[in-house]
Design a protein around this ligand. Structure first.
Ligand SMILES: Cc1ncc(C[n+]2csc(CCOP(=O)(O)OP(=O)(O)O)c2C)c(N)n1
Ligand SMILES: [Mg+2]
Length: 514
C-alpha cells in the first residue's frame, strides 16, 4: 500500500510495523521500491538491545534487515529524554534519504523499552537544518568520444536521421517528449507507465506488434531510450540486435540497460533533455519515416479491434482494452504482472488522461491488491487489472477496504491459474497433468464468495462489452467493487496467436501499400 501511495502522489509513504516477522513482511515491497525507485520510509519497531539474542519473544535481528535494498539504515536507539533534541534531525535525515538521489526505501529502526505506554510530551523546538540541493547536473557523456560533451553534440548526432524514441516509466513531462518527437518527426514507442501513450500523432501503441514483423522500412538509425526498461520482450530483443546508435538517458547515471546495447549515455532528466534538444533546431526526418510507422500502428489497431469485435465470450486482451476505454478521465490504472501488463502493452489503444502504475521493479505478483488500494487512497478513481493468482496472493489487501470509501474497481481475470505459463515450451513438453500441477496451478477458489466475504459486491461479465459496462457502472456508483471475468487459458493462448498473426498481416499490408 505504501508503494501505491508513493506511486500515486510522488511522495514517500511512511509504513510502520511491530518487531519480528512483521518487519520481514515488508521485504518484498522494499525490494520493489529499491528497483523501481519508489521513495518509502520504513519504521520498524524493535525490542531494546538488552533483549536481543537471549530468546526474548518477537525479537529478531532487525539491523540492516533489508540488506542492500535500502538507501540508508538508521537505528534510533531506545528513546531517552536526554537525546530528544536529536529526533527531529534523525527523522529529517531518514526522510531526506528516500529522495536524496535515486529515490528508494529507507529503514529507521526504533527499539522501545517497556512500559510501552506513556505521556506524550512536546518535541524540543526544531533546529535549522540545511537542505541539500539534490538536482543532478546535466552532463552528456558520449561514450566513444572524450574530446567534448554537450547537448549540441547530441543534436548533431540526431539531426536529420531516422530516429525512434522508446519511453518507459519516470521520464518527467510527457508533453515535452511528444513535442520533441513531433518536431523531429520520430515515432514514440510508449510503455503504458511512461505517461506518453496518449492520443497523439507521434505515439505508437502497437510497437510490440510492429517489431514482430521486421521490415527495413522501419529500421531506425538512432534509438533514444528514456526511462525504465519496458515490459515487452520483443522490444528488448530488438534493442539487443539493432545496429542503430542507442542513446540511453538517466538522471542519476545508474544505467538500466539489460541488453547492454547503448552506445551513448546521457545523464539528464529525460524530458528536460528533450526541451534542450528542441532549442537546438534539429533537422526533421523525412516525413515518410513517421508516416510509415503511423500507418503500421493504425493498421495494427484496426486488426485488433476487428478481431476482438467478433468474440462472443470474454477475452483477456479485450478486457485490457475495456479497462483503458471505460475508466473515467483522470483515473489511475494499476496493472499486475504477468499477462495483464502484457495485454495492456500489446493490445490497448492510445488513451489520454489516464495514469498507469505497475510493480515492475521486481515483477512480483505479491502485494498488488494493496498497491492498488494505496493508489486509490490518494483520492483518485482507480481500476486494478489483475489475474486470479495475483489476486489470491493478496486478498488481505481487501481488509477494511469498504470502510475506506475509495473508488476502486478491481477487475479480476479468472483463468483458474497462471495463464502466462501456457505460452512457455513447458506447455507442450510436459504432459497435461504435470503441467497443471507445476505451472497452471488451478485452485478452484470461488472469487465471488471470497470478495463477498470482504463485503464487496461482484459483477460478473460474460463478454468484453459487458466488462466495459460493469467498469463504467462501478465508477458511476462510486465505492469499491469487483468485476469478475472468467476466461480459459488454452483459448487465450490461441487467441493471442490469432491476434499476432492478424496484426502482422495488417502491418505488412500497410507497408506494401505505402
Ligand atoms: C511473488 C511472486 N511469486 C511468483 C511469481 C511467478 N509468477 C509470475 S506470473 C505468475 C502467475 C500469475 O497468475 P495470474 O495472476 O492468474 O495471471 P495470469 O498469468 O493468469 O494472467 C507467477 C506465479 C512472481 N512473479 N511473484
Ligand atoms: Mg490467472
Amino acid at each position: 500500500m505504501a508503494l501505491g501511495i508513493a506511486r500515486a502522489t510522488g511522495r514517500p509513504a511512511v509504513v510502520l510495523t511491530t518487531s519480528g516477522t512483521a518487519a520481514v513482511q515488508l521485504h518484498a515491497a522494499v525490494v520493489e521500491a529499491d528497483l523501481d525507485r519508489v521513495p518509502m520510509l520504513v519504521l520498524t519497531a524493535d525490542r531494546p538491545p538488552e533483549l536481543q539474542g537471549i530468546g526474548a519473544p518477537q525479537t529478531i535481528d532487525q539491523v540492516e534487515l533489508y540488506g542492500t535494498s535500502v538507501r540508508a539504515f538508521f537505528d534510533a536507539g531506545p528513546p531517552e529524554l536526554a537525546g530528544a533534541d536529536t529526533w527531529r534531525a534523525l527523522a529529517f535525515e531518514a526522510l531526506e534519504a528516500t529522495t536524496a538521489a535515486v529515490h528508494g526505501p529507507v529503514q529507521l529502526n526504533l527499539p522501545f523499552r517497556e512500559p510501552l505506554v506513556g505521556e506524550l510530551l512536546e518535541l524540543p523546538a526544531p533546529q535549522l537544518v540545511e537542505g541539500s540541493d539534490s538536482s543532478p547536473a546535466t552532463v552528456v557523456v558520449p561514450e566513444d568520444d572524450d574530446a567534448g560533451s554537450g547537448v549540441g553534440e547530441l543534436a548533431d548526432l540526431m539531426s536529420g536521421c531516422r530516429g525512434v524514441i522508446v519511453v518507459g516509466a519516470g521520464i518527467g513531462e510527457p508533453e515535452d517528449v511528444l513535442a520533441f518527437a513531433a518536431g523531429v518527426g520520430w515515432p514514440v514507442l510508449a510503455d503504458q507507465r511512461s505517461g506518453c501513450r496518449l492520443d497523439h500523432q507521434s505515439v505508437i501503441a502497437h510497437g510490440d506488434a510492429i517489431l514482430r514483423v521486421p521490415s527495413p522500412m522501419l529500421e531506425p538509425e538512432l534509438i533514444l531510450r528514456l526511462g525504465a526498461p519496458l515490459a515487452s520482450k520483443v522490444l528488448s530483443q530488438w534493442l539487443g540486435s539493432s545496429t542503430a546508435e542507442q542513446v540511453l538517458v538517466d538522471p542519476h547515471g545508474t544505467w538500466r540497460d539489460p541488453e547492454q546495447s547503448s552506445t551513448v549515455k546521457v545523464i539528464d532528466e529525460p524530458s528536460a533533455l528533450c526541451r534542450s534538444l528542441m532549442d537546438e533546431q534539429l533537422v526533421e526526418a523525412d516525413p515518410l519515416w513517421m508516416q510509415q510507422w503511423r500507418r503500421a500502428d493504425d493498421a495494427a489497431e484496426r486488426a485488433i479491434a476487428e478481431l476482438l469485435a467478433d468474440e462472443v465470450t470474454p477475452t483477456e486482451p479485450g478486457i485490457a482494452r475495456a479497462v483503458m476505454h471505460a475508466v473515467p478521465d483522470g483515473a489511475h490504472v494499476v496493472v499486475s504482472s504477468s499477462m495483464p501488463i502484457r495485454d495492456l502493452e500489446w493490445f490497448a489503444a492510445r488513451r489520454d488522461s489516464v495514469t498507469v502504475h505497475a510493480n515492475r521493479g521486481a515483477n512480483g505478483i505479491d502485494g498488488v491488491v494493496s498497491t492498488a488500494v494505496g493508489v486509490a487512497a490518494s483520492g483518485v478513481p482507480t481500476a486494478l487489472l489483475i489475474g486470479d493468482v495475483a489476486f489470491l496472493h493478496d486478498t488481505n489487501g481487501l481488509l477494511g477496504l469498504v470502510a475506506r470509501e475509495l473508488d476502486l474497481c478491481v477487475v479480476v481475470i479468472d483463468n483458474d491459474g497462471g495463464g502466462i505459463f501456457s505460452f512457455l515450451p513447458q506447455r507442450t513438453s510436459l504432459d497435461s497433468d504435470r503441467f497443471e500441477q507445476l505451472f497452471g496451478t488451478p485452485h478452484g477458489v470461488d472469487i465471488t464468495t471470497l470478495a463477498n466475504a470482504h463485503g464487496l459486491a461482484v459483477m460478473e461479465a460474460n463478454d468484453d462489452q459487458a466488462a466495459a459496462a460493469a467498469i463504467t457502472a462501478s465508477f458511476a456508483a462510486g465505492g469499491s467493487h469487483v468485476v469478475l471475468v472468467r476466461t480459459n487459458r488454452d483459448a487465450n493462448t490461441e487467441l493471442h496467436a490469432l491476434l499476432h498473426a492478424a496484426t502482422a498481416a495488417a502491418i505488412e499490408d500497410s507497408l506494401r501499400d505505402g
